[in-house]
Design a protein around this ligand. Structure first.
Ligand SMILES: Cc1cc2nc3c(=O)[nH]c(=O)nc-3n(C[C@H](O)[C@H](O)[C@H](O)COP(=O)(O)O)c2cc1C
Length: 392
């Protein structure tokens, strides 16, 4: 069974549930390790009052698929209780009839015939990403077992960009953990915090750019052969599947558009009998296949649609009369806390591609196959100098 997961649950319902299928047996999983990632989704500058006031404090429960701290190979069920549900239970909630531009409210109501936007927003709310982070934490544990790390940071918010050219990927990730904005450049982080404060005072919101790196990935994940197998297209789909992510970049994709063909690639060199690369502009993927270099991803997150400052809209309960949007507890800038969400979906895609490549039902069965994959490095490549191919 290929690795896959499904989530269920509404923002103010009793709980979020995620079922993850295809995880091999023998992987060490604890509720504490899942909670570490979930708590990162709940903090950071720009976080709204629902989290800042501790209304949600995500504690994942493992309900199935794990015994004595190890996966059994059966589907894993995880549950995250919505503590805020207690405040909503049994209450008649006022109808939500003025759509917020940029949210799912209006398109979802048209599509599903809703007479109250709350039916849509309860599920379209990014509260659901907590379930994805829980699934991603299981995948992260699998990748950790094989020495593959996935980490991210904020590289820009509200047009304020970090200067990171001289900072290694590892350092960027470490430094970002100490910053409320998740930005590893202290000068930019200070300016970002001030910009978020200003946006909060103005009742507005800010978007930004998140960068995620897969460190120490094996070569050979994904395929050039079909569009569904390409590792880059799978990463793009997973990243753009996160609410508010509107742009995706692999490596230097956009900067490369200003370079020429001879300067946009990563030179192939031979050093001490090994094949090495002169740079990593392609972001670790060539022809849809990982080439063993770090996989580099950028995601553009839009400024979120719920704003304290009213926006122009209409009231569908008043025959479409002009109206201004209302406000319900919301973030000012969830970019810092969305870093772990992007990491989670990247962990899932890489873990799935790894299991697809290696097969196997238990970690013990996969271990020697992984060692063989690592050994199959490009420096062992031997190609014939005479063509043997004849078209039929
Ligand atoms: C971690 C995270 C937190 C978010 N928080 C909010 C929020 O508080 N208010 C809001 O209007 N949108 C928030 N969003 C974005 C909306 O969920 C998203 O804009 C909406 O579902 C419409 O989808 P789209 O922007 O992809 O078109 C958040 C997104 C993420 C990833």
């Amino acid at each position: 069974m290929p690795l896959r997961f499904i989530t269920a649950g509404e923002s103010h319902g009793p709980c979020l549930t995620v079922i993850l299928e295809g995880v091999p047996a023998g992987l060490v999983i604890t509720e504490e390790s899942l909670a570490r990632d979930l708590s990162r989704r709940q903090t950071g500058s720009g976080t709204g009052p629902r989290l800042a006031q501790g209304m949600e404090n995500d504690i994942p429960r493992i309900l199935a698929g794990v015994m004595n701290g190890r996966t059994t190979g059966a589907p894993i069920a995880l549950q995250i209780v919505n503590r805020d549900h207690a405040h909503w239970k049994g209450r008649a909630i006022p109808a939500f009839t003025i759509p917020r531009p940029g949210h799912a409210d209006l398109p979802a109501a048209v599509k599903y015939g809703y007479d109250d936007f709350r039916y849509a927003l309860e599920r379209a709310s990014a509260r659901e990403t907590a379930a994805r982070v829980a699934a991603g934490a299981v995948c992260r544990a699998l990748l950790d077992t094989f020495g593959i790390q996935v980490g991210g940071y904020v590289s820009a918010i509200g047009g304020i960009a970090a200067r990171l050219d001289d900072v290694s990927l590892e350092q960027r990730i470490v430094r970002s953990r100490a910053a409320a904005s998740s930005c590893p450049d202290p000068a930019a982080a200070e300016a970002i915090d001030a910009a978020i404060d200003r946006a909060r005072q103005d009742g507005d919101t800010l978007g930004g750019v998140i960068e995620v790196a897969v460190l120490n990935p094996p070569a050979g994940l994904g395929s050039y052969a079909t569009w569904e197998e390409r590792l880059d297209s799978r990463l793009a789909a997973a990243v753009l599947g996160v609410p508010a992510m509107k742009g995706f970049e692999i490596g230097d994709a956009f900067a490369n558009t200003a370079r020429t063909g001879t300067t946009a690639q990563d030179a192939v060199r031979s050093e001490d009998g090994r094949i090495i690369r002169g740079s990593n502009r392609c972001g670790g993927i060539e022809g849809g296949i990982s080439n063993g270099q770090p996989i580099l991803i950028r995601a553009a997150m839009k400024p979120i649609p719920t704003t304290i400052a009213p926006q122009e809209s209409v009231n569908l309960a008043a025959n479409g009369a002009a109206a201004q949007t209302g406000y319900e507890r919301s973030d000012t800038c969830p970019v810092p806390r969305a870093v772990v969400v992007i990491e989670a979906v990247v962990c899932f895609v890489i873990a799935r591609a790894l299991l697809e490549k290696l097969g196997g039902d238990s970690i013990d069965e996969i271990r020697p196959r992984f060692a063989a994959l690592r050994a199959l490095a490009v420096d062992t490549l031997r190609l014939s100098s005479e063509s043997k191919i004849f078209w039929p």
